[in-house]
Design a protein around this ligand. Structure first.
Ligand code: AKG
Length: 468
């Protein structure tokens, strides 16, 4: 593969250069370093975004190996710039970020450890030849020129096939998304650290805790087994790569989780919307907008240019849309930790309500069939059976149900994913768990799903053992 042939970057006259217009001063801090305890007090509790400067990723092997060492974008030797043609009209107008930025501006000035957003961008070209080391891995690919309902048309193909089409100056709309590279490396006996190590403030990760490759996983059933393929659904550590103009539509992350996203090569423009604003981001049918560019209510969010090497933290429940300004390679994780549990619980409750409503006809059938019959413990049989139906649908639809939720807490308590210095203090962890436990015990599922009662009792025992 001719590694000089692909960059997709640096040409300020490209259709995507307009994305760089009207990017305001960041209303969020950019830290060179953020220790886990400051992460909790400054951003977890307030559920607000921030960035880590490129210093946070400077030592990552990926930033050496995946970057083309022969120069930066726009280098005269560039021959080809694969780039999605993008939308007519390019980027958003000047008012795009005004509303939200005005509301939060000043919040970063009190932070002494911040660095200002760099005014001059460094943009590298990707070393796709280095990525061809993984050519045999099957990766999910979105065709960002083919919308399919609320997503793009997707396929799973060997990475080598995508790299080959980019090498032939084709596939400019192809976006490799949610590639489970680290899970795949681990399944082959290599550590993920050969590519990168997550920043310390993000190590207390209850969603993708370290897995035993080949052993019994810390998560089971709804959360799946330890990942053995790069398309596993039990792993939330991803690599994304795609030419300038490829993008991720407006969405919110799964399970009420956070995400962090590090640019290895290239820059991204993000629009971030605090929870609640999504009600104004709908089309005339009430469906969430697919692409907020050009929509008047885009101004209710904040637009951020994420430079190469920087890491963005996206808080729980914030909708976001992302457009690659250059050819981008990024690494991102979805994650949460114990202080996030009340948010994760609320997200699962909302998913449960949606699932239950979607099978209302099933409820009527079960009720008609079972009438007033009661189980030995006095529960109405139809309520118990319907609760199991909804639980099964939740697990399939939302990725996990209440069983998975409590298994996750049990397993992370029994085997904390990070040493204490990277984790929430034990009292805070216990407080969050007790909060969701109380809510759960007051909910109908406590009575209706006996298997979860056993799990909750086990969690209680683990908490008590931890506090003695
Ligand atoms: O980089 C992208 O295209 C999407 C990333 C994203 O949505 C996330 O990290 O939550």
């Amino acid at each position: 593969m001719g590694d000089d042939s692909v960059d997709g970057v640096g040409d300020r006259s490209s259709p995507h250069a307009s994305l760089l217009c009207n990017v305001p001063v960041r209303p969020f801090p950019t830290y060179d370093d953020l220790d886990p305890s400051s992460f909790l007090t400054k951003h977890v509790h307030s559920n607000t975004p921030f960035l880590l400067s490129q210093k946070a990723t400077a030592s990552w092997p990926a930033r050496r190996i995946w970057v083309n060492s022969s120069g930066t974008a726009g280098h005269p030797s560039s021959r080809f710039i694969p780039s999605h043609p993008g939308r007519a009209g390019g980027g958003p107008g000047p008012s795009l970020v005004r509303g939200f930025n005005d509301a939060v501006s000043g919040s970063s000035s009190s932070t002494t450890t911040t660095t200002s957003s760099s005014s001059s961008s460094t943009v590298s070209r990707p070393n796709l030849a280095a990525l061809s080391a993984y050519a045999d891995q099957t990766v999910p690919v979105a065709n960002t020129s083919m919308r399919e309902f609320s997503e793009f048309e997707r396929d799973e193909v060997p990475l080598g096939q995508v790299l080959a089409s980019w090498d032939k100056h084709e596939g400019v709309a192809l976006y490799v998304k949610d590639w489970h590279l680290v899970a795949e490396l681990e399944a082959r006996g290599s550590p993920g650290s050969e590519v990168y190590t997550p920043p310390p403030c993000f190590r207390d990760d209850w969603l993708s805790p370290p897995f035993d490759t080949g052993g019994s996983g810390s998560h089971s059933r709804d959360m799946g087994s330890p990942p053995t393929t790069c398309t596993s659904t039990a792993d939330f550590r991803f690599v994304y790569l795609g030419p300038a103009g490829t993008f991720t539509p407006l969405h919110r992350d799964v399970y009420g989780s956070y995400s962090w996203s590090a640019n290895i090569v290239g820059r991204k423009v993000w629009w971030l919307f605090p929870p609640g604003v999504e009600k104004d981001l709908v089309d005339r049918h009430g469906n969430l907008l697919f692409d907020i560019r050009g929509h008047p209510n885009a101004s209710k969010g904040v637009k951020i240019l994420q430079e190469e090497g920087e890491v963005l933290f996206v808080p729980s429940g914030w909708h976001h849309q992302v457009v690659n300004v250059d050819f981008c390679i990024s690494i991102n994780h979805n994650f949460f930790s114990s202080p996030t549990l009340p948010r994760v619980y609320a997200a699962l409750r909302a998913s449960q309500a949606r699932c239950a409503a979607s099978i209302d006809d099933v409820k009527v059938d079960i009720r008609t069939r079972l009438g007033d019959q009661r189980l030995a413990d006095g529960t109405l049989a139809w309520e118990a059976e319907f609760a199991e139906e909804v639980e099964g649908l939740l697990a399939r639809d939302a990725g996990w149900g209440w069983t998975g939720f409590w298994e996750c807490i049990r397993d992370n308590l029994a085997r904390p994913p990070a040493p204490p210095e990277f984790s929430a203090p034990p009292e805070e962890r216990a407080r969050s768990i007790r909060e969701v436990m109380q809510l759960y015990k007051e909910s109908p599922q406590w009575t209706l799903l006996p298997a979860t009662r056993g799990l909750v009792n086990l969690v209680e025992t683990l908490l008590e053992a931890g506090s003695s």
